[in-house]
Design a protein around this ligand. Structure first.
Ligand SMILES: CC(C)(COP(=O)(O)OP(=O)(O)OC[C@H]1O[C@@H](n2cnc3c(N)ncnc32)[C@H](O)[C@@H]1OP(=O)(O)O)[C@@H](O)C(=O)NCCC(=O)NCCS
Length: 183
């Protein structure tokens, strides 16, 4: 999945989300806002193309092979997570997760994972993802969610960077995502 953040200064969007942000399923109407979010969060190598997002929010969502959840602030999207769901597989693959640079560190990624675990189809019993080996912040998040590194993939990214694969049972992420730090 996409990886390293091109860090923008904090406060790119004004106003903190409510303590329990409203998380909802994304649709075609969120296309431009999700593309804008990714551009704020990722370098050019890592953000998805418009065509990819059009497919994920359109045909793939209708077929049930893609599920995207968002935290909205008006017409803007503050955070998004996408999972790919093959009908033949019991493992969901997190394809993208991004939280606006001005909203990071407030638990939005954890809450998106929690909401996603609730909404995955019943057959799904595991979750996997790939991340740049160098993306320490994202790797810390996945480890806090109980995920374990299962594989290293050299040259996995178009710029030749190493990728690592994480995997966890759904039940582990469900339990870990419900716990805040210190609880
Ligand atoms: C990685 C990212 C999604 C985390 O989002 P977030 O909303 O800031 O994460 P949360 O606030 O929910 O953090 C949840 C846990 O992960 C840990 N964590 C998250 N980001 C971290 C960071 N940069 N450094 C250290 N720990 C981090 C926190 O310690 C927290 O654990 P705790 O609640 O037990 O203390 C966000 O930084 C981001 O969008 N980055 C740019 C895009 C990206 O790299 N996406 C991942 C591609 S694979």
């Amino acid at each position: 999945m996409s990886a390293e953040a091109a860090r923008s200064p904090p406060g790119a969007l004004a106003g903190a989300p409510a303590s329990a942000p409203r998380i909802s399923t994304a649709g075609r109407r969120d296309l431009e806002a999700i593309i804008a979010l990714e551009r704020r969060c990722f370098g050019p190598v890592d953000h998805f193309s418009r065509a990819t997002w059009r497919h994920l929010l359109g045909q793939a969502a209708q077929r049930g092979t893609s599920l995207t959840l968002v935290v909205r602030d008006g017409s803007a999207v503050l955070a998004a997570i996408n999972a790919l769901l093959r009908s033949s597989s019991r493992t969901a693959r997190i394809y993208s997760i991004a939280v606006d640079p001005g909203q990071q560190g407030r638990g939005l990624a954890r809450q998106l994972f929690q909401a996603l675990m609730r909404r995955l189809p019943a057959r799904i019993d595991a979750v996997s993802l790939e991340v740049r080996e160098s993306n320490d912040g994202a790797r810390r998040l996945y480890e806090r969610l109980g995920m374990r590194m299962v594989r290293t993939m050299s040259g996995h990214y178009p710029d030749g960077a190493v990728g690592v694969r994480y995997l966890a049972p759904r039940s582990v992420i469900t339990a870990a995502s419900a716990q805040r730090s210190g609880s």
